[in-house]
Design a protein around this ligand. Structure first.
Ligand SMILES: Nc1ncnc2c1ncn2[C@@H]1O[C@H](COP(=O)(O)OP(=O)(O)OP(=O)(O)O)[C@@H](O)[C@H]1O
Ligand SMILES: [Mg+2]
Length: 353
C-alpha cells in the first residue's frame, strides 16, 4: 500500500484551492485599504496629464497589507493602461546600487553594460524604451534593506517628471536617517498604514476562508480562534498561515471539518516556527546566554551574569540586562521575582519552550 494512498481522499474535501492562502496571492479586492489605495492612485494620476506625480513613502508594521495594496494597484494600472509602466523592486533581494540597476535593465529589457556600471547609459536606454509613454512608477519595497539609496539619484535626475518613486518600509523614522539632500530632491509624502482592528482582521480572514475552503468546513468557533490569534499578533501573514496549517492538520486526521482543536494545534506549530525564525536573528551573545540557561534553568540574574562574563568579559551588566530584556520580549525566557538581592531586584530566569 502506498504511503500516499490517503492523499486524494483527505484534503480534497476541505480545500477548494490552497494557493489562495499563499503569501503572494493577490485577492480580487483589497479590503479595508480604500483610503490608502486612493492616495496611491491619486499620486500617479498627474502623470497621465504630463504633470509631475507625487513620490510616496509608505510605512507601517509587518503584515498589514503594504506590499499587497501596492501590488494590487500596479496590477490595476497595468490592466487599465499601458501609458504608465509600474516596476516593483524588493531591496531585500536587490540591496546594492549594482543589483538595482541589473534588475532595472532586466525589467526594461535594456542591455546591461559589461564593464563597470554605466548608470547614465542604462537610464538613457530606459528613457528610449518608454518614449511615447507617460512615465514609470518604481516601487522600492523594504527600502531599509538597501545598503544605500544612491541608485535613486540617476533615476530622478534622468527621468524628471516621468518617474514616480514609492518607498516602503516598516520603520517610520527611516527617512530621517537618510541624506536630507535626497529627501528634499524627492519631495516625498508620507502614507502611514495603520494596524487593522479586530473586525477588519475577521473580515479579511473570513474572505480567505470563503475562497480557500469548501462551504461550512471551517467551523465558526475555529475561525474565531484564528482571528483572536491574528489580532493578538497584529500580523495577517500569521493569520493566513494559520488557516493553511489548520486545514492541513484537519486533512491529515481525515477530518471533514476544521475545528477549534486543529487551529489550536496549528498555533502550537506556528509558535515553534516563529521562534526558530527569530532564533536565526539572535546575536551571538544572546545565543550564548540561552546555551548557559540550558544547564542552569531557574538561575538567579546575578549568578547568570557571573557565568556569562567568565567567557564574555567585555559585556557590562547594563548590556547583559539589555540582552535579558530582549530574550524575554521575544519569549525565549521568562523571569520571576525572587524579592531578594539588591533592592529586591534579583530574578530567576527560565527557558521557555
Ligand atoms: N486588506 C487585505 N485583504 C486581503 N489580504 C490582506 C490584506 N492585508 C494583508 N493581507 C494579506 O496579509 C499578508 C501580509 O500582507 P503584506 O505582505 O502586504 O504585508 P506588509 O505590510 O507588506 O508586511 P511587511 O512589512 O512584513 O512586508 C499577505 O498575504 C496579504 O495578502
Ligand atoms: Mg511587505
Amino acid at each position: 500500500m502506498s504511503l500516499f494512498n490517503d492523499l486524494l481522499s483527505s484534503d480534497q474535501t476541505l480545500f477548494i484551492d490552497e494557493n489562495i492562502l499563499d503569501f503572494d496571492y493577490i485577492p480580487d479586492s483589497v479590503k479595508n485599504r480604500d483610503y490608502e489605495m486612493r492616495r496611491i492612485a491619486d499620486s500617479i494620476k498627474p502623470m497621465f496629464f504630463d504633470k509631475k506625480p507625487t513620490n510616496i513613502f509608505i510605512t507601517g508594521k509587518p503584515g498589514i497589507g503594504k506590499t499587497l495594496t501596492v501590488k494590487f494597484i500596479l496590477n490595476d494600472l497595468k490592466e487599465t493602461s499601458n501609458e504608465v509602466i509600474p516596476c516593483y523592486i524588493n531591496n531585500w533581494k536587490c540591496s546594492t546600487y549594482h543589483s538595482v540597476f541589473v534588475e532595472l535593465s532586466k525589467f526594461f529589457g535594456v542591455p546591461f553594460p559589461r564593464k563597470g556600471v554605466s548608470t547614465d547609459e542604462i537610464v538613457r536606454n530606459i528613457i528610449k524604451k518608454i518614449e511615447g509613454k507617460k512615465g514609470i512608477v518604481i516601487i522600492f519595497d523594504e527600502i531599509d534593506k538597501a545598503k544605500d539609496m544612491d541608485f535613486i539619484y540617476p533615476l530622478v535626475e534622468g527621468l524628471g517628471r516621468k518617474i514616480e518613486i514609492i518607498l516602503i518600509s516598516n520603520y517610520s523614522d527611516f527617512l530621517k536617517k537618510i541624506d536630507s539632500r535626497l529627501i528634499s530632491r524627492l519631495n516625498i509624502e508620507n502614507l502611514d498604514f495603520k494596524e487593522y482592528n479586530y473586525e477588519q482582521i475577521s473580515d479579511i480572514l473570513s474572505e480567505r476562508v470563503k475562497y480557500a475552503f469548501y462551504p461550512n468546513v471551517f467551523e465558526e468557533e475555529a475561525l474565531n480562534e484564528a482571528v483572536d490569534y491574528c489580532f493578538e499578533n497584529k500580523d495577517l501573514r500569521l493569520g493566513i498561515s494559520l488557516l493553511l496549517k489548520s486545514g492541513r492538520i484537519a486533512a491529515s486526521e481525515a477530518s471533514k471539518k476544521i475545528k477549534k482543536e486543529h487551529v489550536l494545534s496549528a498555533i502550537g506549530t506556528l509558535r515553534k516556527s516563529i521562534k526558530s525564525d527569530l532564533a536565526k536573528d539572535l546575536e551571538d551573545h544572546e545565543r550564548a546566554m540561552l546555551d548557559l540557561l540550558k544547564n542552569h534553568n531557574g538561575i538567579i540574574t546575578g549568578e547568570l551574569y557571573e557565568l556569562f562574563i567568565a567567557s564574555n568579559k567585555d559585556v557590562s551588566l547594563r548590556t547583559f540586562r539589555k540582552y535579558l530584556n530582549r530574550l524575554e520580549t521575544l519569549e525565549f525566557i521568562k523571569t520571576e521575582d525572587t524579592g531578594q538581592g539588591f533592592r529586591g531586584k534579583s530574578r530567576k530566569i527560565f527557558l521557555r519552550q
